[in-house]
Design a protein around this ligand. Structure first.
Ligand code: FES
Length: 164
Protein backbone atom coordinates (compact mmCIF):
# COMPACT_ATOMS: atom_id res chain seq x y z
CA UNK A 1 0.00 0.00 0.00
CA UNK A 2 1.44 3.35 -0.97
CA UNK A 3 0.58 6.74 0.46
CA UNK A 4 -2.22 8.51 -1.36
CA UNK A 5 -0.63 11.94 -0.99
CA UNK A 6 2.86 13.44 -0.95
CA UNK A 7 4.39 16.33 0.95
CA UNK A 8 5.94 17.28 -2.41
CA UNK A 9 2.44 18.13 -3.63
CA UNK A 10 1.88 21.91 -3.36
CA UNK A 11 -1.57 21.18 -1.86
CA UNK A 12 -0.25 19.18 1.10
CA UNK A 13 -0.97 22.00 3.56
CA UNK A 14 -4.57 22.23 2.41
CA UNK A 15 -4.94 18.47 2.92
CA UNK A 16 -3.56 18.69 6.47
CA UNK A 17 -5.87 21.64 7.22
CA UNK A 18 -8.82 19.60 5.94
CA UNK A 19 -7.90 16.62 8.15
CA UNK A 20 -7.55 18.79 11.25
CA UNK A 21 -10.78 20.69 10.55
CA UNK A 22 -12.66 17.38 10.44
CA UNK A 23 -11.41 16.17 13.83
CA UNK A 24 -10.35 19.21 15.85
CA UNK A 25 -13.31 18.98 18.27
CA UNK A 26 -13.17 15.22 18.71
CA UNK A 27 -11.59 13.57 21.78
CA UNK A 28 -8.13 12.31 20.91
CA UNK A 29 -7.87 14.69 17.97
CA UNK A 30 -4.07 14.58 17.92
CA UNK A 31 -3.91 10.78 17.68
CA UNK A 32 -6.58 10.83 14.97
CA UNK A 33 -4.72 13.50 13.01
CA UNK A 34 -1.43 11.59 13.21
CA UNK A 35 -3.10 8.36 12.10
CA UNK A 36 -4.63 10.21 9.14
CA UNK A 37 -1.24 11.64 8.17
CA UNK A 38 0.25 8.15 8.28
CA UNK A 39 -2.54 6.77 6.10
CA UNK A 40 -2.53 9.63 3.63
CA UNK A 41 1.16 10.60 3.45
CA UNK A 42 2.95 7.50 4.78
CA UNK A 43 4.79 9.47 7.47
CA UNK A 44 4.60 12.64 9.56
CA UNK A 45 6.97 15.29 8.23
CA UNK A 46 8.43 18.08 10.34
CA UNK A 47 6.44 20.82 8.54
CA UNK A 48 3.28 18.73 9.04
CA UNK A 49 4.10 18.39 12.75
CA UNK A 50 4.33 22.18 13.03
CA UNK A 51 1.10 22.74 11.11
CA UNK A 52 -0.84 20.14 13.13
CA UNK A 53 0.38 21.79 16.33
CA UNK A 54 -0.87 25.16 15.15
CA UNK A 55 -4.25 23.81 14.01
CA UNK A 56 -4.90 21.78 17.17
CA UNK A 57 -3.65 24.55 19.50
CA UNK A 58 -0.65 22.59 20.72
CA UNK A 59 3.08 23.19 20.59
CA UNK A 60 5.29 21.45 17.99
CA UNK A 61 7.23 19.61 20.77
CA UNK A 62 3.94 18.20 22.10
CA UNK A 63 3.04 16.85 18.67
CA UNK A 64 6.56 15.61 18.01
CA UNK A 65 6.64 13.80 21.38
CA UNK A 66 3.48 11.84 20.50
CA UNK A 67 4.61 11.19 16.91
CA UNK A 68 7.89 9.70 18.10
CA UNK A 69 6.51 7.83 21.13
CA UNK A 70 4.20 5.41 19.34
CA UNK A 71 5.69 2.67 17.21
CA UNK A 72 3.00 2.99 14.53
CA UNK A 73 4.02 6.53 13.64
CA UNK A 74 7.00 7.44 11.46
CA UNK A 75 8.61 10.86 11.27
CA UNK A 76 10.90 10.02 8.34
CA UNK A 77 9.99 9.29 4.76
CA UNK A 78 9.89 5.49 4.38
CA UNK A 79 12.12 3.75 1.88
CA UNK A 80 10.48 2.71 -1.40
CA UNK A 81 10.65 -0.91 -0.19
CA UNK A 82 10.87 -1.91 3.46
CA UNK A 83 12.05 -5.45 4.10
CA UNK A 84 10.95 -6.48 7.58
CA UNK A 85 12.64 -9.58 8.96
CA UNK A 86 10.97 -11.69 11.62
CA UNK A 87 13.14 -12.11 14.72
CA UNK A 88 10.84 -14.74 16.25
CA UNK A 89 12.16 -18.16 17.30
CA UNK A 90 10.50 -20.19 14.52
CA UNK A 91 12.02 -17.96 11.85
CA UNK A 92 15.43 -17.99 13.47
CA UNK A 93 15.42 -21.79 13.43
CA UNK A 94 14.14 -21.94 9.86
CA UNK A 95 16.80 -19.87 8.10
CA UNK A 96 16.34 -16.21 8.95
CA UNK A 97 20.09 -15.73 9.36
CA UNK A 98 20.65 -16.76 5.74
CA UNK A 99 17.99 -14.30 4.59
CA UNK A 100 19.51 -11.49 6.62
CA UNK A 101 22.98 -12.22 5.21
CA UNK A 102 21.59 -12.25 1.65
CA UNK A 103 20.01 -8.85 2.18
CA UNK A 104 23.07 -7.37 3.81
CA UNK A 105 25.31 -8.63 1.02
CA UNK A 106 23.06 -7.41 -1.81
CA UNK A 107 22.14 -4.05 -0.32
CA UNK A 108 25.28 -3.20 1.65
CA UNK A 109 23.21 -2.23 4.70
CA UNK A 110 22.13 -3.99 7.86
CA UNK A 111 19.02 -4.09 10.03
CA UNK A 112 17.93 -0.59 10.99
CA UNK A 113 19.55 1.03 7.94
CA UNK A 114 18.42 2.23 4.51
CA UNK A 115 20.25 2.46 1.21
CA UNK A 116 21.61 5.87 0.18
CA UNK A 117 19.10 6.09 -2.70
CA UNK A 118 16.24 5.36 -0.23
CA UNK A 119 15.12 2.39 -2.33
CA UNK A 120 15.42 -0.18 0.47
CA UNK A 121 15.33 -0.30 4.25
CA UNK A 122 15.85 -3.36 6.41
CA UNK A 123 13.92 -3.58 9.65
CA UNK A 124 13.12 -6.35 12.08
CA UNK A 125 10.10 -7.26 14.10
CA UNK A 126 8.92 -9.76 16.69
CA UNK A 127 6.87 -12.76 15.52
CA UNK A 128 4.85 -11.85 12.43
CA UNK A 129 2.22 -14.45 13.32
CA UNK A 130 2.77 -16.93 10.51
CA UNK A 131 5.23 -19.27 12.23
CA UNK A 132 4.14 -22.39 10.25
CA UNK A 133 5.40 -20.51 7.18
CA UNK A 134 8.80 -19.61 8.62
CA UNK A 135 11.09 -18.02 7.65
CA UNK A 136 8.71 -15.11 7.26
CA UNK A 137 9.12 -11.48 6.40
CA UNK A 138 7.01 -8.51 5.52
CA UNK A 139 7.67 -6.67 2.28
CA UNK A 140 6.10 -3.25 2.72
CA UNK A 141 2.59 -4.27 3.87
CA UNK A 142 2.59 -7.81 2.48
CA UNK A 143 3.51 -10.90 4.48
CA UNK A 144 5.63 -13.52 2.77
CA UNK A 145 6.32 -17.02 4.10
CA UNK A 146 8.89 -19.73 3.41
CA UNK A 147 11.11 -17.13 1.81
CA UNK A 148 14.32 -18.47 0.28
CA UNK A 149 17.51 -16.48 -0.31
CA UNK A 150 16.97 -16.99 -4.07
CA UNK A 151 13.48 -15.49 -3.95
CA UNK A 152 14.78 -12.60 -1.93
CA UNK A 153 17.59 -12.01 -4.40
CA UNK A 154 15.05 -11.97 -7.25
CA UNK A 155 12.78 -9.54 -5.42
CA UNK A 156 15.62 -7.15 -4.67
CA UNK A 157 16.81 -7.30 -8.29
CA UNK A 158 13.28 -6.60 -9.57
CA UNK A 159 12.74 -3.65 -7.26
CA UNK A 160 16.19 -2.30 -8.03
CA UNK A 161 15.24 -2.16 -11.69
CA UNK A 162 17.83 -4.82 -12.58
CA UNK A 163 16.70 -7.20 -15.36
CA UNK A 164 16.11 -10.71 -13.91
S1 FES B 1 8.50 -16.55 14.56
FE1 FES B 1 8.47 -15.67 12.59
S2 FES B 1 6.39 -15.65 12.07
FE2 FES B 1 6.41 -16.35 14.11
Amino acid sequence: MHARLSYDDPNWEAEVRKICAEIENVDGALMLALHRLMEDFGYISEPATILVAELLHLTPPQVFAVATYYHEFRTEKPAETTLMLCRGPACRIQGMVALRKTMEKLLGITVGERTADNKFAIESSGCLGICPHAPAMQIDHDLAGRVTPEELERLIAERSGVPV
